[in-house]
Design a binder for this molecule. Structure first.
Ligand code: ADP
Ligand code: ADP
Ligand code: MG
Ligand code: MG
Length: 537
């Protein structure tokens, strides 16, 4: 272990090599109790957007609550009630002293979009439009509701909103208010790619001449959103450490590398590397299955998908907005629903991870996985248990799992089936940045090793770019009609999708990771002109 706690590392593949010596107890700014979580260090908000990058459970939300004045730091003194005077003393002579002083005297108005928007219906009554008009201190109601595409839900009450709608209403409410510093805690959960970028754009506009702090697990969005990044590391639930600010590009590259040079901390065994060479052609492999054009009507919604061929060992990424039939298509392939027309040929065994996963299994995680395959082999441990960080929850009852835990268990269960075709619907939902990176690696390796094929629906494009050999692109009108393309070569598919999103990519020269070009930049304009949205060369 790392010497910090006596438990098995909840992080699996990620092992911290000791707590750095310089992290003495006087560096603890907050502790949730004896032998509970401790936070080392804090960030100093700056002009522009500061991103917080790190796994779940290392204190990101705690930082936001402290800086927005919703809680007072206890400086690891558990004997007395936290006192702002002590906090001011502690930060004496730093910019944070100044910050907390102003916060105390109401000289700074913080605005906070909380992490958990699904509790909003319990606390907010009335209609969406009425609430947003009430908080519109900037007079930007029309602009914001159009930018976030929520004008069609203004007459609804909060209990009638989906997760993605709640998220966009919460972002709108924060942006409409007049403040000095804005905190956005995980603003893109539940959102599709287009919605993620319109939210990011709105947040960047708020940051003009102001300060914004954002926690974000989608690395392409974080990259687009931030001016600076603080990497956070630690052991979830045990401790978290804030590192010094880095420029966004360097910060994300350092995170992918898994090694903090200045701190001499390795928090992942090996770096995440993106292919810089052109993608391999997966269509010269043996054919696995063939499907004709597929159509399906569900109430007022109609879906049409072009037929295609799928080859052994390939990962087909499915891209497209919410509400246009991606899940319906996957269900048709899985045999969960039967299409109105169209058929699948090829005698294939299918394993399916639904988008909405249920926890109604009687028993532990170990029971569940054991009912599928032998899990106590070294292969299974190194390929599934460790990277998906399941070691510490094997004894947990499936019913008690958190969203992220249930997701990882469901992905493990799906990949443990012996199948020819794996259908994985939105695996990155509820996962933190680190789990997304390790999960993408698990999926990619499985596809390479098995002679199977995988269809993966997901809105995290870094994830998709990493795992996919080809893309199917969906487009249409949410709730009304959707069309799916045939499987397209990676570049052609990415091009088609990015064109619909109105964004262009470039490659980071060091890591090969995709980055979004600034809208209107020379590169952006040029790539749009020649129709190369994915990247040049
Ligand atoms: P993050 O936002 O990085 O996921 P949080 O700041 O929410 O992390 O929480 C950090 C750790 O502190 C978590 O492991 C959580 O268990 C613990 N924690 C958070 N809030 C409380 C609280 N009110 N009481 C006790 N423990 C808490
Ligand atoms: P996606 O996965 O792209 O978000 P879905 O395939 O889940 O989209 O749904 C596409 C559309 O079909 C949605 O507008 C949804 O409301 C509608 N829909 C899904 N299932 C049903 C159903 N059983 N009855 C009527 N409409 C449905
Ligand atoms: Mg949090
Ligand atoms: Mg879906």
């Amino acid at each position: 272990g790392c010497g910090i706690c006596t438990k098995r590392c909840p992080f699996g593949a990620i092992r911290i090599i000791g707590l750095p010596e310089e992290l003495t107890d006087d560096r603890i700014v907050h502790s949730y109790g004896q032998n509970r979580f401790r936070l080392y260090g804090l960030i100093t908000p700056r002009d522009g957007v500061t991103g917080l990058l790190g796994p779940n459970g290392v204190g990101k939300s705690t930082i936001i609550k402290a800086l927005s004045g919703e809680m007072v730091l206890n400086l690891n003194d558990l004997t007395e009630t936290p006192d702002m005077k002590k906090v001011l003393d502690y930060f004496s002579g730093t910019e944070l002293q100044n910050y907390f002083e102003k916060l105390k005297n109401n000289g700074i108005k913080p605005i906070h979009k909380p992490q958990y928007v699904d509790v909003l219906p319990k606390v907010v009554k009335g209609k969406v439009g009425e609430l947003l008009k009430k908080v519109d201190e900037k007079g930007e109601f029309e602009k914001i509701i159009n930018a976030l595409e929520i004008s069609n839900i203004l007459d609804r009450t909060f209990d009638q909103l989906s997760g993605g709608e709640l998220q966009r209403v919460a972002i709108a409410a924060a942006c409409l208010r007049e403040g000095d510093i804005y905190y956005f805690d995980e603003p893109t959960s539940w959102l599709d790619v287009k919605q993620r970028f319109s939210a990011a754009k709105v947040i960047r506009e708020v940051a003009e001449g102001k300060k914004v702090v954002a926690v974000e697990h989608d690395l392409i969005v974080l990259d687009y959103l931030s001016d600076y990044i603080h990497i956070m590391y630690g052991i979830p639930s045990a401790y978290g450490v804030v590192t010094h600010p880095r420029g966004t590009r360097v910060g994300i590259n350092t995170y992918l590398d898994g090694f903090l040079k200045e701190e001499n901390i390795r928090f992942r065994k090996s770096p995440i590397v993106f292919e810089k060479r052109p993608p391999q052609d997966s269509t010269n492999r043996p054919l696995l299955l063939d499907y004709t054009d597929i159509s399906k009507k569900l109430g007022d919604f109609s879906l049409n998908v072009n037929g295609g061929q799928i080859y052994q060992g390939e990962v087909v990424g499915i891209l497209g907005p919410n509400g246009i039939g991606k899940t319906t298509f996957v269900k048709a392939l899985a045999g969960v629903i039967s299409p109105d027309s169209g058929e699948v040929t090829g005698d294939v065994k299918v394993s399916y991870k639904p988008q909405y996963i249920s926890s109604d299994f009687e028993g532990t995680v170990e029971d569940l996985l054991m009912s599928i395959t032998a899990i106590h082999t070294s292969y299974y441990k190194s390929e599934i248990i460790k990277p998906l960080a399941l070691e510490n929850i094997l004894d947990s009852s499936v019913k008690d799992l958190s969203g992220g835990e249930l997701q990882r268990v469901s992905i493990a269960a799906c990949l443990s089936q012996d199948a020819d075709l794996y259908l994985i619907d939105e695996p990155s939902a509820f996962l933190d940045v680190e789990q997304r990176l390790t999960t993408s690696r698990v999926i990619r390796r499985m596809a390479d090793e098995k002679e199977a094929a995988m269809f993966v629906v997901d809105h995290d494009i870094l994830f998709q770019d990493y795992i996919s050999d080809r893309f199917i692109v969906f487009s249409g009108i949410a709730g009304s009609s959707g069309t799916g393309s045939e499987p397209l070569q990676k570049r052609a598919g990415a091009n088609k999708f990015l064109k619909e999103m109105g964004i262009t990519f470039r490659r980071d020269p060091d890591t090969g990771r995709p980055r979004v070009n600034k809208e209107g930049s020379q590169r952006d304009v040029y790539q749009k002109e020649i129709g190369e949205y994915y990247y040049l060369d």
